[in-house]
Design a protein around this ligand. Structure first.
Ligand code: SF4
Ligand code: SF4
Length: 363
């Protein structure tokens, strides 16, 4: 039986108290931290032009830093944002205010992008035999996952499980090699190579709409969700946002792989009651998969999945999209950058990495 705590909150004004309450409901932070122990905090950050609601809220992160220090731990922040461009992670840390926060709070940042990755064998692979994981994550005695819950074009939602992607490299190739349902399997394979000891989810305000996770519409979810089981934390968040759990392949595969439980009957909820809200996280899936039973089944196909287009008026030709496109679908022409829709695998990385919001979805 997994335990998931829920604490209702309208906004981030009392977030430290809200997070503390959610931790106390599962026994308190002291039971996880030994005095002097290093504690790696893994937020979910994004390119600098994404909505502030697409990333783990800065005050949320600050609150966890304070709580870890009060439990006599030594917090360290580590992350690798979506883009593979050299140096981009450092720029994102700076522009998102994480470096300022780290200076104010006197905590160290580990820029995973500039450090070592270790080829790690997937113990029970669904599609990938190995994945390159940040050494700092593998070496950390305690990792606290601080995901943001929001809609996601490829996996429908992103939360505690998917936040593992910020701990690995080679994500472009994963998008290219494992489209549609296989992408969820690849996420689960990556997740299985690392250990998140505790998950404290920022499900206060997330992102909805076709252009989530980076853009789209901010939407209030209204909870801090805490658990040692990332799969259960995601399952409970999905219950609140009205998703059918069997239609979130990532959750189903993680459950099947015994990486946690997504079955609500096997989850003990403590704290506030889950109140389902009206959400419309729909993502730009081409196939909606139901995983009830032993095999994934396609229950809906969209032949016209939204495809990206570049608005050349807004484009500054930084080439971030071109350099991060896993399918080599973006090329330069005399009129500006163009996307080859035959080659495009609809991973939407170009949207995520564009600093100008020049990539739009054409529905
Ligand atoms: S054009 Fe954009 S959505 Fe299409 S494959 Fe490239 S990065 Fe992905
Ligand atoms: S579309 Fe965006 S990411 Fe691509 S070159 Fe233009 S500004 Fe850069």
């Amino acid at each position: 039986m997994s335990i998931v705590s829920l604490v209702k909150t309208d906004d981030y004004s009392n977030i430290k108290e809200d997070i503390k309450k959610s931790l106390d409901l599962i026994g308190g932070l002291d039971k996880f931290i030994r005095p002097g122990q290093k504690v790696l905090l893994k937020p979910n950050l994004f390119g600098t032009k994404a909505s502030e609601y697409a990333v783990t809220n800065k005050e949320f992160l600050r609150a966890v830093i304070h709580l870890v220090k009060e439990a006599q731990g030594v917090p360290i922040i580590g992350e690798f944002i979506a883009s593979d461009m050299p140096g981009i992670n450092r720029i994102a840390f700076k522009e998102l205010g994480i470096i300022k926060l780290a200076i104010e709070e006197k905590v160290k940042i580990i820029d995973f992008q500039s450090k070592q990755f270790v080829k790690t064998i997937v113990p029970n692979p669904l599609v990938m035999d190995s994945v390159d994981v940040a050494e700092a994550v593998l070496d950390a005695p305690l990792v606290i996952n601080l995901p943001k819950f929001k809609g996601h074009a490829c996996t429908y939602v992103t939360g505690a499980i998917k936040n593992c992607f910020g701990c690995i490299t080679g994500r472009g190739d994963i998008h290219k090699n494992y489209p549609d349902d296989d992408f969820s399997k690849a996420v689960v394979d990556a997740f299985s190579t690392m250990k998140f000891h505790l998950n404290i989810m920022d499900a206060v305000i997330g992102m909805d709409g076709d252009e989530a996770p980076a853009y789209g519409e901010p939407c209030k979810i209204g909870y801090v969700i805490t658990s040692t089981d990332a799969v259960s934390a995601d399952a409970v968040a999905c219950k609140i946002t009205g998703h059918k759990l069997n239609q979130i392949p990532m959750l189903v595969y993680a459950h099947k792989q015994k990486l946690g439980t997504a079955k609500l009957s096997e989850i003990e909820l403590v704290g506030d009651s889950p109140e389902p809200r009206e959400f419309n996280f729909h993502g730009n899936y081409r196939k909606r998969i139901s995983c009830l039973g032993s095999e994934a089944k396609v229950i809906e196909t969209k032949s016209e999945a939204a495809y990206p287009e570049i608005n050349i008026e807004d484009c500054i030709k930084c080439l971030a999209c071109l350099n991060n496109c896993p399918a080599d679908a973006i090329h330069e022409t005399s009129e500006g950058l163009k996307i080859d829709h035959e080659k495009c695998v609809r991973c939407y990385r170009c949207l995520e990495v564009c600093p100008m919001k020049a990539v739009k979805l054409n529905k």
